[in-house]
Design a binder for this molecule. Structure first.
Ligand code: FEO
Length: 395
């Protein structure tokens, strides 16, 4: 059933309460998600984005109950990823000639995925589409936010920015609007989404935000493609993005480890104790990466000014949980964060050196001190871990 957003603009998307993994299994969605599609019914009727492929038939059937599909004049595809374009094949069977407005890169991504030669109309930043009733759509390319094909669409008159992935969150909700959902859930899912998806593009985002703000558009609503629609103080999420894209960090140190027989875990706890005793103001998070959702752990890396990573030595290397985490950190390209390494070993003891090498390649600024102990740490070694924690706090 369509839901009114403002005047003649309606939400016609899909709420996916069951979703627990996204991008294959790469991203955890503890609270589900939504695929937001919008129907604009001015003199011209426009569909903005669709939904993920598994819901294509349901989406098109629902849409056909709301309007005669042949009344759709234009389709706008802000981004070719199949969580937004996935219903196109089913829809275009019904209305094969309707023009699809998208970026040149979206033509490539849509053709690459669906192998169809639909009626693509390529648009660039500043191009406009007249809707009648004195309103128009204005397109803004958002290349690499987060695919080369991404764009946003601004509707004049109603002052709605259809931002696609930007400003979204994976949060299933029937209420649709930001003022109607649990604010802790909303903040938590927004920052996790930024940390895990948008961090690599922070520099580009910074420039794009400046560019959008310079346009002086009146933005009354930000209609994202996942999660809530920002209608209550919509610029609050833009302000958050401005902070998050600027080498964001809080006064937090995250200690992340895996352990085999508890030695490295004991070190982690003692390091946390040392950090806290040296600086009671700093927030310390201790995370066993093998027992914690990796995307939640990445959010704690994003918030941290310093991360301390630990693994025991196994087969002359580190545990794969820790290796996977650091590889994820490397790909996300965090900037201006410090890092330290620690771990237990029985005989060869390569882990700490290897963690340091990986962290350096991942762009972290290494703290000189490291902590490497044998077998299960005795009292002196545990005291050394507390002292190491104090040095981390002061670094
Ligand atoms: Fe929500 Fe990049 O797709």
């Amino acid at each position: 059933m369509k839901k009114q957003i403002k005047n003649n603009v309606y939400w016609v998307g899909k709420v996916d309460w069951e979703l627990r993994k996204f991008h294959g299994d790469e991203y955890s969605t503890h609270k589900g998600s939504t695929y937001n599609s919008y129907l604009v019914q001015e003199e011209k009727t426009v569909l903005i984005d669709t939904v993920w492929s598994p819901f294509a038939r349901e989406f098109v059937d629902n849409l056909a109950q709301e309007i005669d599909l042949n009344k759709i004049d234009y389709i706008v595809i802000n981004h070719g990823e199949i969580d937004h374009s996935g219903a196109l094949p089913v829809l275009m069977e019904q209305i094969p000639d309707v023009p699809i407005y998208c970026t040149a890169n979206a033509v490539k991504s849509l053709k690459g995925q669906f192998h169809q030669d639909w009626n693509f109309q390529v648009v660039k930043t500043g191009d406009k589409l007249d809707l009648g009733n004195g309103k128009e759509l204005i397109f803004v390319e958002m290349a690499m936010l987060h695919w080369p094909d991404s764009m946003a669409t601004y509707m004049t008159g109603n002052n709605i920015l259809f931002s696609n992935d930007a400003f979204g969150q994976h949060l299933a909700t029937e209420e649709l609007f930001n003022d109607l959902v649990d604010q802790c859930d909303l903040y938590g899912e927004s920052i996790k989404y930024y940390a895990n998806i948008l961090t690599p593009f922070s520099r580009i985002l910074k420039r794009k935000l400046d560019e959008i703000l310079a346009l002086n558009l009146q933005i009354d609503i930000i209609a994202t493609s996942h999660g809530v629609i920002w209608r209550d103080n919509p610029m609050q999420i833009v302000e958050k993005y401005a902070q998050w894209c600027d080498d964001y960090q809080e006064n937090q140190i995250s200690v992340i480890y895996d352990t085999m027989w508890g030695g490295t875990k004991r070190l982690a706890e003692k390091i946390a104790e040392g950090i806290s005793s040296a600086d009671p103001e700093v927030k310390v998070k201790v995370i066993n990466i093998a027992k914690t959702d990796v995307n939640d752990a990445i959010t704690e890396v994003f918030k941290a000014k310093t991360v301390v990573i630990g693994s025991p030595t196994i087969n002359r290397t580190i545990l794969h949980s820790v290796a996977g985490l650091i590889e994820l950190m490397r790909g996300l390209g965090f900037k201006k964060k410090k890092a330290g390494a620690f771990g237990c070993y029985g005989w060869s003891g390569e882990a700490v050196k290897y963690i340091r090498e990986l962290l350096e390649k991942a762009g972290f600024q290494l703290i000189d001190e490291e902590l490497k102990t044998t077998w299960y740490p005795d009292n002196d070694q545990q005291l050394a871990a507390v002292e190491f924690g104090k040095k981390i706090a002061k670094a």
